[in-house]
Design a protein around this ligand. Sequence first.
Ligand SMILES: Nc1ncnc2c1ncn2[C@@H]1O[C@H](COP(=O)(O)OP(=O)(O)OP(=O)(O)O)[C@@H](O)[C@H]1O
Ligand SMILES: [Mg+2]
Length: 377
Amino acid sequence: MVVPALFKLEPKESLEELYDFEKELEELRRGYEDGRIVAVLGLRRMGKSSLLRSFLNSFSIPHVYIDARRVAVATGRATTRGFMEELGRALAEFMRREAPLRDKLAEALRRVRGVSVGLSPVTVSLSWGRERADLISLLEAVDEVVGRAARRLALAIDEVQELRGIGVDIPRLLAYIYDNLHNVVVFVSGSQVGLLYDVLELDRPQSPLYGRAVFEVKMRRLRREEAVDFLKRGFQQAGISINQQELEEAVDSLDGIIGWLTYFGWSRVVGAKSLEEILDAAARQEAEEISRFLAKSRSEDRYRAILKAVAAMPMRWSEIKRVLEAEEGAAVDDRNFTDLLHRLEKVGLLEKREGLYAIPDPVVRLAVERYISKAPA
Ligand SMILES: Nc1ncnc2c1ncn2[C@@H]1O[C@H](COP(=O)(O)OP(=O)(O)OP(=O)(O)O)[C@@H](O)[C@H]1O
Ligand SMILES: [Mg+2]
C-alpha cells in the first residue's frame, strides 16, 4: 500500500507536501523580512516543524536548521557536545545547499577558533571540549558572509526548549544576535507558554530579551470542513474510499489537530480497521510520553490527580485545588499549587481558557482517562 504524501508521518519538507496554512506562511515571510526573532507557537503535532521546514525550503531562504530534539537524542540528554555536533551538521547542510557562498563560508569559518571545515564532502566540526568553538565569532562570520552577498540568514532552532541545560544561555545568545547580527533572523518553535515565558523569559524584566520585539506566528487547528477535506484528499491520493460518516467521526474526535488527522489517515491506509483502534493506539503512545514526564517530576502524584480531574471536565483553579485537597486530606499551599498548573501549561498538557483549565489535545485527554492512574503503577 502506498502512503500518500499528505499522510506521510515525518514533518513535511516543502509546499507541495503541505496542506494549506497559507496565512501562517505569509506571516513567516513577513517575520523573515521585517523581524529579528520569529516564534512559531503551537501545541505538539500542530504542524510547527512542517510549516517552518516547508517555508525555508520552498522559498529558497538561506538557512541553518537545528532540530533541538536531535541534540538530546544523540547523547541521551541535551549536552554541549550534542549541540555542537548538531550545529556542525546544520552548517554543513547549509553550505551544501548554498553553492555560491560555499567557499566564502568555508574561508570565514576556518578562521574561527575551534572550527574545522572539510570541502569534499562538506563537513563542519566544532570542538566542544576545553577549546570549545566560539559561537559568537562563528555567527559573526556567517552574518558577514551572507550580508556581503546581500542575503538574510534564517537561523532556525526547532523545539528550542530542549536546549536548556547545555550551558548556552539562550536568551542572552538571541539578544546578542538581535542587537548585533543584522543579517540573521532567528526562528524558534515551541508551545506558547513554554517558549515565550519559560525559554525566552519575555515577561521577566531581568531577561536579556525583555522589551525586544518577537514576531509571533500561531499554529491553529483546522476547521471542521478543512479537516474533512484534508482527509478526503489523502484517501483519494491513496485510492481508498471511506464513507462520509467515518470521516466525520474521525474529525469530531481529533479536533482539527493536523498531526492526529495525518496519523489517522496513515493508520487507515496501512491497514488499521477502525477509528477506535487508531485512537487507542495513539492514546497508548501519548500515555507513554506522559508517564515519562511524570516519572521525571518531583510531584508525580499531584500531577496525576490534577490531570485525572481535568480530563473528566475543564475546571477552575479553585475546583482543581479542592479535588487535590480532598485527595490528600490536607490543605495545599496556593503558590505551590499554582506552580504545578504552570508547569503543566508549559509542557502543553494543560491550557487555560476563559478561566478554565483543560487538556487541549483530545488524544492526551483519552490517554489520561484510560492509561494514567491516580497513583503510580
Ligand atoms: N500542513 C500540513 N499538511 C500536511 N501534513 C501536515 C501539515 N502539518 C503537519 N503535518 C503532519 O502532521 C504531523 C505533525 O507535524 P509536525 O511534526 O510538523 O508538527 P509539530 O508541531 O512540529 O509537532 P511536534 O510538537 O511533535 O514537533 C506530521 O505527521 C506531519 O507530516
Ligand atoms: Mg516539531
